[in-house]
Design a protein around this ligand. Structure first.
Ligand code: NAD
Ligand code: UDP
Length: 311
């Protein structure tokens, strides 16, 4: 098949391109290189089946494809808040352009949605029927509400135009190829620990997240795309919940770092708790994550060690 991956030079997108090339597909990796890097997919450039395209999904594009994975959107709060209007445009106009392409070509499309559609949840753990608790006018809204509108568009193109859709609500994912200055907690803590700099812990560290290793997550996206039913949102993530303090201590232990934990102000609208209910994914996709946090962190630390030495 010919597969389009928008945001393909980013963290998740580049791992997805690896898998699709391994499976024998033709892959078009489309990216505007806002947070993605050519180096993430450089090793794929020698494949005749791989094509790298600089394009911004807020602009329409004509391509003939069988599958679209729509991943284009900065995922880290510091990046998506850098130009919030652009973030909304990417989520909304990008979704319209990609859904239009699929309506025309009859391609199947998967949307990389997010646990952020649940906002600061009042239901715990979160399952797909929960409508969320999102501040519509806060500094995270450009991302949260943008992703919510994208889900609406996907459902409406499905109901109105029979576009064959999949929606994956992705929970916090980490692993090699996260950008070292990405600003997300796993990459921040690892880079700080490896440099023996202070660990920037926002708030009291009691807030929780559930961290999924990238290989597990990419497997789920691929399974979701290739199961035959057109479906609405499905949570994908690792349901094992950790406090941010626990994460900091685990990173310090694995790196053997002498860094000190320093408490800093908590960012506006920072969700207190987050844990996916993945019953639906288990049922539908026969999928569950299998990489434990310690093992996944060890692999991520090894990646950053190499990167920092090289730089
Ligand atoms: P990332 O920032 O590494 O990758 C996003 C990619 O999209 C980058 O390569 C960037 O250059 C590209 N991009 C951004 N705007 C674009 C535009 N207008 N046109 C074309 N390309 C554009 O982030 P990631 O972690 O790989 O996330 C990928 C997707 O998964 C995002 O849609 C994100 O919202 C979603 N997601 C990720 C996580 C996670 O924990 N990593 C969690 C939930 C959802
Ligand atoms: N966080 C932190 N230090 C950092 C970066 C993040 O303590 O250097 C906290 C942040 O406040 C949040 C959690 O870690 O409670 C996860 O943040 P991230 O930006 O990785 O993901 P998201 O908030 O989007 O889930």
């Amino acid at each position: 098949m010919r597969v389009l991956v928008t945001g393909g030079a980013g963290f998740l997108g580049s791992h997805l391109c690896d898998l699709l090339i391994k499976q024998g597909h033709e892959v078009i990796c489309l990216d505007n290189f806002f947070t993605g890097q050519r180096s993430n997919v450089e090793h794929l450039l020698d494949y005749k089946r791989f094509e790298l395209l600089r394009h911004d999904i807020t602009e329409p594009i004509l391509l003939e494809v069988d599958r679209v994975y729509n991943l284009a959107c900065p995922a880290s709060p510091i990046h998506y808040q850098h130009n919030p209007v652009k973030t909304i445009k990417t989520n909304v106009m990008g979704a319209i352009n990609m859904l239009g392409l699929c309506r025309r070509t009859k391609a199947r499309i998967l949307q990389a949605s997010t646990s952020e559609v649940y906002g600061d949840p009042q239901v715990h753990p979160q399952n797909e029927s929960y409508w969320g608790h999102v501040n519509p006018i806060g500094i995270r809204s450009c991302y949260d509400e943008g992703k919510r509108v994208a889900e609406t568009l996907f459902m409406d193109y499905h109901r109105q135009n029979e576009v064959d859709i999949r929606i994956a609500r992705i929970f916090n994912t980490y692993g090699p190829r996260m950008h070292p200055s990405d600003g997300r907690v796993v990459s921040n803590f690892i880079v700080q620990a490896l440099r023996n700099e202070d660990i920037s812990l926002f708030g009291d560290g009691k807030q929780t997240r559930s961290f999924c290793y990238v290989d597990d997550l990419i497997r789920a996206l691929n399974l979701m795309m290739e199961q035959e039913q057109s479906i609405g949102p499905v949570n994908v993530g690792n349901p094992i919940e950790f406090s941010i303090m626990e994460l900091a201590n685990l990173v310090l232990e694995i790196t053997g770092s002498s860094s000190k934990i320093v408490f800093m102000p908590v960012p506006e609208d920072d969700p207190q708790q987050r844990q996916p209910d993945i019953s639906l994914a288990k049922d539908l996709l026969k999928w569950k994550p299998c990489t434990q946090l310690r093992k996944g962190l060890e692999q991520t630390v090894a990646y950053f060690e190499q990167l920092l030495t090289k730089n």
